[in-house]
Design a protein around this ligand. Structure first.
Ligand code: ZN
Ligand code: ZN
Length: 201
């Protein structure tokens, strides 16, 4: 599976294009802006988009999902607990533990990681964890929004920290000193590690 990390919009958002080089099938995670850039990348690599995977309902992650859906026929996927807050079409209703397949090489497990939003998810596969606004490089998602809950986010973070420590963290925003990290680095250096109980010296 190939991963293309794109910076989109004006809020340091990361959108990801995942592709299978054998079949040219692709999935996009969080198309929050710059749909023309995303479509140009799909065209440039001759990719057929199968899934639009949303980490949560916030506008900066979902804004161009319907546009891409119309342009490509791909299916929009979101966790069931965020759907009440999302006004657009969802084709695939996600639950914890679901597996997304595209092409021969794309295989992602859905991990329900509520706290930033009720239906926030991370997508895990191929040694990578796409974390949306659950976990950033050196920080974690805001919990001062209407549907956020800080202790719940802490529980979600402790859960993802049980994955292998060399798992690569691919966040939803470029807020840290690097565009990606590992779970071990976050256990050691994340600003919220002690508060949330996943600190490792
Ligand atoms: Zn958010
Ligand atoms: Zn965000």
């Amino acid at each position: 599976m190939l991963v293309n990390q794109l910076k989109v919009g004006t809020m340091e958002n990361f959108c990801y294009i995942l592709s299978c080089p054998d079949t040219r099938k692709a999935a996009v995670i969080d198309p929050g802006a710059d749909e023309h850039l995303i479509l140009a990348e799909l065209d440039r690599h001759v990719l057929e988009l199968e899934y639009i995977l949303l980490t949560h309902f916030h506008y900066d992650h979902t804004c161009k999902a319907s546009h891409l859906r119309q342009a490509t026929g791909a299916l929009v996927a979101m966790h069931e607990a965020d759907i009440p807050y999302f006004r657009e079409q969802v084709d695939v209703v996600l639950k914890d533990g679901d597996i997304i397949h595209a092409g021969e090489q794309i295989r992602l497990q859905v991990m329900h990681t509520p706290g930033h939003t009720p239906g926030g998810v991370c997508y895990y596969g191929h040694g990578r964890l796409f974390t949306g606004d659950t976990l950033f490089v050196r920080d974690s998602g805001r919990t001062d929004f209407a549907y956020s809950h800080r202790p719940t986010l802490g529980a979600s973070l402790r859960r993802v920290m049980q994955l292998p420590e060399d798992t690569v963290v691919m966040p939803g925003h470029d807020y840290g000193p690097a565009p990606a990290s590992t779970l071990l680095e976050e256990k050691r250096h994340n600003i919220n590690a002690k508060e949330y109980g996943f600190y490792k010296p």
